[in-house]
Design a protein around this ligand. Structure first.
Ligand code: 3SL
Length: 241
């Protein structure tokens, strides 16, 4: 039986073997929730990059550019990091280069894995089904906040462990802790997260709507995966055959 494990911060990745594994990169508030929304809204490809300058350079090849630092849209870019900014046809058919404080870092630091999947509550079941089909050992890589643990990514990890309970072994303490936390909180994630540091950070920016949206489960059948140097939506490819 394959296993599922959880890495609570990209800074702990050196403790894990990524070779031959499927990584699920997650930044619930808000980078991976936003990427999933972008694909659901018809984005063609997403280039997650670490640095603002690298992101800006993608504009030359016709990409929309998206950048967030410390919760705020960086100046001079087309888009920020709110899922609502990617709706209403703005990203339909477009390539997007994006850099965020933690989320894009978690993806790029996982490049040694066999497969990288972008996960969010919004596409939880689609991710779970893909992992079951793949049958590889799974490592959930939580983006955290500047190297530190956060609650919302851990809750997502727990939700995924719960969905995969019958087909994946979760015998390590990190996946058990994530599962127990999720089971304690799942009846009302919004209330549970009210005191969390990133929700407080974002509340100062008055983005309650984003927080509630990013905590919704199974809204989209979207499967962003890493291919070469970009993310593509495998579900769109399935539809096109
Ligand atoms: O850290 C990140 O990558 C962002 O998702 C943070 S924020 O939600 O845009 O503040």
């Amino acid at each position: 039986m394959p296993s599922i494990d959880v890495c609570f911060s990209p800074e702990l990745l050196h403790l894990y073997e990524l070779k031959g594994k499927a990584v699920v990169a997650v930044d619930i508030l808000r980078a991976t929730s936003t990427m999933v929304t972008a694909f659901a809204e018809g984005a063609a490809r997403i280039f997650p990059v670490m640095e603002l300058e690298e992101c800006r350079a993608h504009a030359e090849s016709g990409c929309l550019t998206a950048a967030e630092r410390n919760g705020v849209k960086a100046e001079g870019f087309d888009l920020g990091n709110s899922p609502f900014g990617y709706m209403d046809g703005k990203v339909q058919g477009r390539n997007i280069a994006i850099t965020t404080t933690n989320g894009t870092r978690a993806i790029r630091m996982s490049e040694a894995a066999e497969e990288i999947v972008v996960g969010a509550f919004l596409n939880l079941q689609t991710v779970a089904d893909h992992l079951t089909e793949l049958g590889l050992d799974v490592l959930v890589v939580c983006a955290g906040w500047k190297g530190q643990f956060n609650l919302e990514d851990t809750l997502f990890a727990g939700a995924l462990v719960e969905r995969l309970q019958k087909t994946f072994a979760s015998e390590n303490d990190s996946s058990l802790a994530a599962l127990y936390l999720y089971q304690t909180a799942k009846a009302d994630l919004v209330t549970f997260l009210r005191q969390s540091s990133h929700v407080r950070r974002l509340e100062h920016l008055e983005i309650h709507k984003d927080i509630e949206f990013c905590l919704r489960h199974d809204v989209y059948n979207v499967l962003p995966v890493w291919r070469h140097n970009m993310l593509v939506d495998l579900k769109v490819r399935e539809l096109k055959g």
